[in-house]
Design a binder for this molecule. Structure first.
Ligand code: WTA
Length: 635
């Protein structure tokens, strides 16, 4: 019997030890007993972090949608698979059963085929949080097409970059999207993007807002009439374990976004197993992850993980503040949500509101609370624990990444005693290491260092689409034979981990990863700008906010700084999206640089954070005088 469902701490330690000592036996048992395979594997694991190359369940054949849908039909056909809660609280929720999901996914898959999409083709999905988003993902997986979901808050430029990087043939989108009281013209954004996307042959458009949109003849098709004609049955394409399942872009500290590639079998096994344990999922639970499916959290814990377990997964179209800040709690009450999984930035925003917005609702259905995406601060942790969980629903502070595919460090609720701000213990099979700056592993407890993982786990990304060298350079070159996460962490006296934040130039704003370089590139496009540098500074709701230092070209004219700030933020919105806008923009005479010309962000970060007591030695700078000037004018 495999330990698919861990029930007490001793069992955790026992299973954890086994997963480290005999990883292949361990994962083989999990895979064997809980999934549907068309053909079993020849080899559980082969790996070499120097190449790097990792393969799990090589030789196996499967289709992930048969695991997420078909195999539940006989026992859970009438059970709700997807529970859709619309933006407008007056619009009725939609319950999509496993049987209906089966039919809708097949219809969609048949439409994709009719549009010429074949196994291995890339399909870009730029759809808001409506059922068609999950259905189009599953439809791609059903026919072996590789989905690339782009968060429907990205700008047309950002969308075009992502479409072109993986040469998508088809785009799925909607006429528009609802976000609180706002309507967003999604189709317009797609039209603009597609002016520069030669690989795209067709666009399928979901009707949501019923706004009038331009439909390009021969390229754009309304989805519904095509679905209506498509058969509700369809064979799942039999895939190899290591065939790519999807690409999901994440920001790097430099350069273009990285298209992380996840494969079929390992991703399925790991997301399903982590879902079951991290949320102590039971058959009649109602699971709600508030993330957008445009991020990895939604891929793994709205779509694949829950559906692989035959769960009911809630999809919420709206925002926490509409029609008021009680919306989340109203939904919890309405659908009797049992597990609630959100981000610290949402928790902080909600904690700022009056407690009467919480007390109005019955939250007694809640059993487990989750947090993900950024470090959760002590205050937010306690508010979540006390006000929402009433001290009886454990918080699982789950640390993981787009690259890791699934949850890596987390308490198991009712099993691992929680500790505020600690992600606590590695999940089964995960072998973390803390590293010092000389590349040595720091053993023992009560230490801190750079967080690496020293052994493969099934859902790790296998490469960066089209750029394996970059994959190697980014993740496997900083420390020999280890995957480097880019995060710092400490380990306390009992071996619990606390994630302290990024150690590179990625800044997490409201749970969204933003690389500094692409933002600086956008700013530098402004004709008046000579140079810029972006740093993060603490923000009580967003976790971090962005601070930009900008030097202007010397043209002798005086300029209106307020207008310039607006123009710069508009440029950022156009190039990346509103999530990357700067909170503060300071115009300076220069940027502090080393003698080799590198911008000293460390100093800029401290100034932006109002932490100038210890700036370190600035005398070695090329231009030490600018530091004082910057400090004098800090915003
Ligand atoms: C950060 C999100 C502290 C971390 C699933 C990581 C966290 C990055 C936590 C990945 C957490 C995520 N505590 N920090 N519980 N979870 N992070 O790719 O810096 O959007 O490297 O994946 O978010 O963000 P990504």
């Amino acid at each position: 019997m495999s330990h698919y469902h861990i029930k007490h701490l001793e069992e955790y330690y026992q299973v954890y030890r086994k997963s480290v000592r005999e990883p292949e036996n361990f994962w083989e048992e999990i895979a064997e007993e809980h999934f549907l395979w068309r053909k079993k594997w020849d080899k559980v694991l082969s790996w070499d972090f120097t190449k790097p190359e990792v393969k799990w369940f090589e030789g196996a054949q499967l289709n992930i949608t048969e695991n997420c849908i078909d195999r539940h039909l006989s026992t859970r056909g009438d059970k709700t698979a997807i529970l859709f809660e619309p933006n407008d609280p007056n619009e009725p929720a939609e319950h999509i059963t496993y049987r209906q999901l089966y039919e809708r996914v097949n219809q969609f898959a048949n439409v994709l085929k009719e549009q010429g999409i074949q196994r291995g083709d890339r399909v870009c999905i730029y759809v808001p949080m409506i059922p068609e988003l999950a259905i189009s993902i599953l439809a791609c997986a059903r026919i072996g097409a590789i989905h690339s979901v782009v968060f429907a808050g990205f700008s047309s430029k950002a969308l075009a970059t992502r479409i072109n990087d993986s040469e998508c043939k088809l785009v799925v989108t909607a006429d528009g999207s609802y976000r609180g009281a706002k309507t967003i013209d999604l189709k317009g954004i797609v039209d603009e993007a597609l002016q520069n996307c030669p690989s795209v042959k067709s666009v399928l458009v979901v009707k949501r807002t019923n706004e009038e949109v331009h439909m390009e003849a021969g390229r754009d098709h309304w989805l519904q009439p095509l679905l209506d004609k498509a058969p509700k049955e369809g064979k799942a394409e039999i895939m190899n374990a290591e065939d790519p399942l999807f690409i999901l872009y994440t920001s790097g500290s430099t350069g273009r976004p990285k298209g992380m590639v996840h494969t079929s079998a390992g991703y399925m096994v790991y997301t399903a197993y982590t879902f079951k344990n991290t949320f102590q999922y039971r058959e009649h639970d109602i699971f709600w992850c508030t993330a957008d499916i445009g991020w990895i959290t939604g891929h793994s814990y709205i779509v694949y993980g829950p559906l692989a377990n035959g769960a009911t997964t809630v999809m919420f179209e709206g925002v926490p503040s509409y029609p008021d800040f009680g919306r989340f709690w109203e939904i919890v009450q309405k659908h009797k949500v049992t597990q609630f999984y959100t981000a610290p930035t949402a928790i902080r925003a909600l904690a700022k509101q009056g407690v009467e917005l919480v007390d109005k609702y019955d939250l007694s259905s809640l059993k487990v609370l989750g947090s993900v995406g950024e470090p959760i601060n002590e205050e937010a942790w306690h508010w979540y624990n006390d006000t929402i969980g009433k001290g009886k629903s454990p918080i699982v502070d789950t640390w993981w990444q787009t690259e890791t595919g699934g949850i890596m460090i987390t308490p198991i609720p009712f099993v691992t005693p929680t500790k505020p701000t600690y992600a606590t213990l590695p999940f089964i099979g995960v072998q973390p290491a803390l590293m010092d700056d000389n590349g040595q592993e720091i053993k023992g407890n009560q230490v801190d260092g750079k967080l690496c993982i020293k052994f493969p786990w099934p859902s790790m990304a296998r490469t960066i689409w089209g750029d394996h060298q970059r994959y190697k350079d980014t993740y496997f070159s900083a420390f020999e034979n280890k995957y480097f996460t880019g995060d710092g962490a400490l380990r306390d006296e009992v071996g619990y981990y606390r994630i302290t934040g990024r150690v590179d130039d990625v800044i997490i704003v409201s749970g969204h990863n933003l690389g500094t370089a692409p933002i600086e590139d956008a700013i530098n496009e402004h004709p008046a700008v000579s140079e810029s540098a972006i740093v993060g500074f603490p923000h009580d709701v967003k976790g971090n906010a962005l601070y930009g230092y900008v030097t202007l070209k010397d043209t002798g004219e005086s300029r209106n700084h307020e207008n310039l700030r607006k123009e710069i933020n508009q440029l950022i919105t156009d190039r990346i999206g509103p999530i990357a806008k700067l909170d503060k923009i300071q115009f300076t005479q220069g940027l502090p640089k080393t003698r080799s010309g590198k911008i000293m962000r460390r100093i800029l970060r401290k100034i932006a954070s109002n932490d100038t007591s210890n700036l370190g030695d600035t005398s070695t700078l090329l231009n030490p005088e600018v530091v004082q000037e910057i400090m004098d004018n800090v915003l």
